[in-house]
Design a protein around this ligand. Structure first.
Ligand code: G3P
Ligand code: CA
Length: 298
């Protein structure tokens, strides 16, 4: 049986924030349906989609997660030269597309050095398997439409936001335009995370109602500081212990509920069982089926 944090009883409404993004539902309120305390076992999140089985961060990867029965997917968001937000993990296009063949003279092939139209020409599937030839690098809008179509939920990561000043406002704008900042989505379908504390703080300031996560393993003594702007502390699984998870749950986040932890990247059954035993709230994994099976059998 998994150690679980006790259900939070208080719903703390946030004070007035600087809501620069007009929305009929921008009133700050506590997201609840993603809360660990609503579940008796960790949520399973398909990392970059079901990325062990389909090319990461493509539409095929989120469709694969859907087909395997997983609602939660994770992604990485960066910005093109002409300001389009796209789904890509690495700072360059080299590893996960055929950019070196299509644009041989454009080393080092940074995302930020290519226009959206150029990136749209790239094959983002063949590197993984010939079966996925023709997969594209999705724009954030295309991606959000597919996640909506699939009735999925999203852990959205601003990747290297320090390279892209203003990306938080832009990302939130796209989310709002795609219908993802209404009360329903904010309550149960979205977490925005980053390795950059400044970026998470900014998202929290812009949209205090949105659930946020800080990627990292801050010292226990520093957790209260993070709890001012992050609802989750999302640490690598090799860095955590039962005591650390307990220390996280002992803090209350910006919405008055216990801080949560989604740990990553857990791709084998023993590790899944280990972190589930610690009482983590979510497990981010390239192999969601492996994690699900481990949890089912425990
Ligand atoms: O969601 C956690 C994980 O994605 C963070 O690391 O490098 O895979 O984006 P990375
Ligand atoms: Ca990520």
């Amino acid at each position: 049986m998994y150690a679980r944090a006790a259900a939070a009883t208080a719903v703390a409404l946030m004070g007035a924030g600087a809501l620069v993004l007009p929305s009929t539902t921008a009133t700050a309120q506590s997201p609840s349906a993603t809360s660990a305390s609503d579940h008796d076992r960790p949520l399973v999140v398909a990392h970059r989609g079901a990325s062990a089985y389909a090319p990461e961060n493509t539409i095929a990867a989120i469709d694969k997660a859907r087909d395997m029965g997983f609602r939660w997917v994770e992604n990485d968001v960066q910005r093109t030269k002409d300001g389009e937000l796209v789904i890509m993990h690495d700072e360059t296009l080299k590893r996960t597309t055929d950019v070196e063949e299509v644009f041989p003279d454009r080393a080092p092939w940074k995302v930020a050095d290519f226009t959206a139209a150029e990136i749209a020409q790239l094959d983002a599937g063949s590197w993984f398997s010939p079966k996925y030839k023709g997969q594209r690098v999705p724009t954030l809008s295309q991606y959000m439409r597919r996640v909506s179509h699939n009735h999925q939920k999203l852990v959205f990561e601003f990747k290297k936001p320090e390279l892209y000043p203003g990306i938080e406002e832009e990302g939130l704008r796209v989310l709002r335009n795609e219908g993802w900042l209404d009360k329903h989505h904010v309550k149960s379908k979205l977490v925005i995370q980053s390795f950059s504390a400044d970026s998470v703080k900014k998202v929290h300031a812009l949209r205090p109602d949105v659930k946020t996560g800080f990627l990292g393993t801050p010292a226990v003594a520093d957790l209260p500081e993070y709890a001012e702007f992050a609802d989750q502390i999302n640490a690598t699984h090799t860095s955590i212990s039962a005591g650390y998870v307990e220390a996280i749950h002992d803090q209350k986040g910006p919405h008055g509920k216990p801080l949560e932890i989604f740990t990553w990247t857990v791709n084998d059954a023993p590790s899944a069982l280990r972190v589930a035993g610690f009482g983590v709230d979510g497990i981010i994994t390239n192999t969601p089926d492996v994690v699900r099976e481990a949890l089912d059998e425990s």
